[in-house]
Design a protein around this ligand. Structure first.
Ligand code: SF4
Length: 456
């Protein structure tokens, strides 16, 4: 997947660079994000880079001259939604005929030419390692070229580039690692984001300090397998401890760790460093050893369970969430029953649950058979959701009556209360006079639902 920059020009395009013809002054750009927090962080990077190139970020697509959709290719559904969204956005060309629509991120990398065939109105396609050049690519698209740059770069970590976030100003995302080396058989990430590389600790800490200076209270360290981070002898545990020393940052989270890469040193840091939140997202995917082997996850159910026990022993009140995928190639009813029994055994506090969808270029797509019929996948998905919702509800109910420290993120969408989170990553509703964004307040939980805790 690694390669060289490729900028395609229309046959016969002039020698003058299109950039010469583009007047960036005041051109407005809107970036919409699909997918995970890493994509959110990348969108901030794109906006920052475009702003430095003379573009003006706007919060709504209606006002934009350039609309970029920063995409995810991990699931088929997300891909279909992106296609739908690019078609919807075409309506904006009625009042702005020069509007440029572009696609960035994993889907751009994954689909490349197919994307422009199926969505011919997309004039810019930029993969996750092209954002340093995004200003130039947008210039070219605005000058009438089809700008495509999907090259991967073994070394790109975007060191030195600052993002412009459109977040709540309370929780900052800092990417500490890009790419992935694990090659789980169902996953496109190693192909769309390239091989794993860590961001230098000095750069990570610079960004955390900068976030603290900008008023952020929480930092979320991001990586595809964040706990396998290592940079010239600096381990993930070292980085966590160094981050915790930065004044102004009161809470530290990280996502997503890879179960077998959890070192004792990280568990020790979780147990003893008060700024580290008692919450870990631990993607299990399946409770069946047969499926874990087919997925090439690198651990057995027993090893996963030993890690859960270790974490709960070290941090008794820790909250655990997970990812579960049903209907992977060859999954039988017995395998599915193993997943249900694992959910029962662990009783995660929350989970993201999906049905497997075949992703081109992965090992599973090339070598395994996607043989679980869609209706069975959907039935199994309903069963895991139903089971997990029960445990999520119980996890919320257990907090009722307790005093929790809540970090206030800001007003709710309807502006009728404040919303915040506990250290265990549970959503909390608070009265409007409970404090200001960024405040840490102690509140007694009075009620709970399947989705949130209430202090009103
Ligand atoms: S660890 Fe596996 S599932 Fe996660 S990004 Fe890497 S290849 Fe994909």
């Amino acid at each position: 997947m690694d390669g060289l920059v490729q900028i395609r020009r229309r046959p016969g395009a002039s020698e003058t660079t299109p950039t010469d013809k583009v007047n960036r002054g005041g051109a407005r750009v809107y970036v919409e994000t699909f997918g995970c927090q890493m994509n959110e962080a990348d969108s901030a990077l794109i906006v920052g880079q475009l702003q430095r190139s003379g573009y003006q970020p706007v919060p709504r697509p209606d006002d934009a001259d350039v609309i970029l959709i920063n995409t995810c290719a991990v699931r088929e559904k997300a891909e279909e939604r992106v296609y739908g969204r690019t078609s919807q956005l075409l309506a904006h060309r009625r009042h702005n005929p020069d509007l440029v629509i572009g696609v960035t991120g994993c889907m751009a990398e994954h689909l490349r030419d197919k994307l422009t065939t199926r969505a011919p109105h997309v004039q810019l396609v930029a993969g996750p390692d092209s954002y340093r050049r995004i200003g130039e690519l947008v210039d070219r698209a605005r000058a009438g070229e089809r700008a495509i740059d999907v090259s991967l770069d073994k070394t790109e970590t975007y060191t030195g580039l600052d993002g412009v976030s459109q977040d709540d100003g309370v929780s900052a995302f800092v990417t500490i690692q890009r790419g992935c080396d694990k090659f789980c058989t169902f996953c496109v990430v190693p192909y769309t984001r390239g091989r794993e590389r860590g961001v230098a600790p000095r750069e990570v800490l610079r960004q955390v300090r900068q976030s603290a200076a900008a008023g952020y209270r929480e930092v979320v360290l991001l990586g595809q397998t964040v706990n396998s981070y290592r940079y010239e002898g600096v381990s993930f545990a070292d980085l966590l401890r160094a981050t915790a020393e930065i004044d102004g940052i009161e809470r530290i989270r990280f996502t997503s760790p890879y179960p077998i890469d959890f070192s004792d040193a990280v568990i020790e840091a979780l147990a003893h460093e008060p700024k580290l939140c008692p919450y870990v997202h631990l993607p299990v995917q399946s409770g069946s050893d047969r499926m874990l082997t087919a997925m090439k996850r690198g651990y057995s159910r027993g090893e996963f369970m030993r890690l859960v026990t270790k974490l709960r022993h070290a941090v008794p009140d820790i909250a655990l969430s997970t990812d579960v995928m049903v209907g992977f190639c060859g999954e039988t009813e017995a395998d599915h029953a193993e997943t249900l029994s694992l959910l029962q055994e662990v009783q995660f506090d929350s989970a993201f649950m999906f049905a497997y969808s075949d992703r081109e270029i992965t090992y599973a797509s090339r070598k395994l058979v996607d043989d679980v019929p869609p209706e069975i996948k959907q039935r199994r998905l309903r069963e895991v959701i139903e089971r997990q919702e029960h445990y999520t509800r119980q996890s919320h109910d257990r907090r009722v009556g307790q005093i929790e420290t809540v970090l206030i993120n800001g007003p709710s969408k309807r502006n009728d209360c404040l919303v915040g989170r506990t250290g265990r990553f549970q959503n909390v509703l608070l009265p409007l006079d409970a404090g200001a964004s960024g405040d840490l307040v102690a509140r007694r939980i009075t009620r709970s639902s399947g989705h949130s805790l209430d202090t009103r």
